[in-house]
Design a protein around this ligand. Structure first.
Ligand code: F6R
Length: 247
């Protein structure tokens, strides 16, 4: 695994975008797995800049988002579909039909999740999966206790995650309590994984994921089983690491 420690979220965005752009240039029809939340915003800003100023071409790129709240329509301003459109897709030349976000309004969640997995398989799998990490070590909405072999499915959010995400809603009561999330097993099938983390509030989770035992208490620790993971993290997020890593 590679650990790249950077000074700022902006530098994180540039490092991560360079890795993605490299991948996109080496393979047409690049398949991106995307995360939402605050952490990847500098990455998306840099990808938008690279599109605008350097001509980075997304016209054949395919994307799959990690997760979506259940019972929140895609038109809701806090839906993850809305987020990714606003923070990335609306400003690059990706074909909207090639972008996929789980449908939180589906009336048959199980079938929808199976189809989501089949669509990923049909395009040959995810080339690069972008991840953030929750303060409790979650990836996607795979909360502590999720099986490391889990697949796309409906999940219950923990009170901690609901509290963390309340900052985007008027109150914690408005945060949906359930979501559809790709599983850890789904994530582990990506060719390459880029985990991003910024802020001292992520330091404990980052250290547990990288240096702790692989266990379901820290879902991100499952990434230790993947052969190609790059962590791009700020100094404060790296502050509880004790080992030396190659960057
Ligand atoms: C979002 C997602 C979550 C976030 C995590 C960190 O699609 O999958 O796992 O990456 O909750 O969120 P932020 O970046 O807002 O701290």
């Amino acid at each position: 695994m590679r650990v790249i420690v950077v000074k700022s979220p902006q530098e994180m965005g540039k490092e991560a975008a360079a890795i993605i752009a490299d991948g996109m240039c080496s393979k047409p029809h690049y398949v991106l797995g995307l995360a939402t939340g605050s952490t990847p915003v500098p990455l998306y800003n840099e990808l938008k800049r690279m599109h605008k100023e350097d001509g980075l071409d997304f016209s054949t790129t395919v994307s799959f988002n990690l997760d979506e709240y259940i019972a929140l329509p895609a038109t809701h301003d806090q839906s993850y579909r809305c987020f990714i459109d606003e923070h990335l897709f609306d400003d690059i030349n990706i074909v909207k039909g090639n972008t996929h976000v789980p449908d939180g309004m589906t009336d048959d969640i199980e079938t929808h999740c199976m189809i989501y997995e089949a669509m990923i398989e049909d395009v040959g799998g995810i080339d690069c999966q972008v991840l953030g990490i929750g303060g409790n070590g979650h990836i996607g909405f795979n909360e502590p206790g999720s099986s490391l072999a889990s697949r796309t499915r409906a999940v219950d959010l923990t009170p901690e995650t609901i509290r963390d995400n309340a900052r985007f809603f008027k109150s914690a009561d408005e945060v949906p309590k359930r979501a559809i999330s790709m599983g850890i097993g789904t994530v582990l099938e990506a060719e390459k994984i880029l985990l991003l983390a910024t802020g001292a509030n992520k330091a404990k989770a980052v250290a547990a994921a990288l240096e702790g035992p692989v266990c379901i208490k820290v879902p991100a620790s499952g990434l230790q089983l993947h052969p190609d993971v790059t962590y791009v993290i700020t100094e404060d997020a790296a502050s509880q690491l004790t080992l030396r890593y190659r960057s």
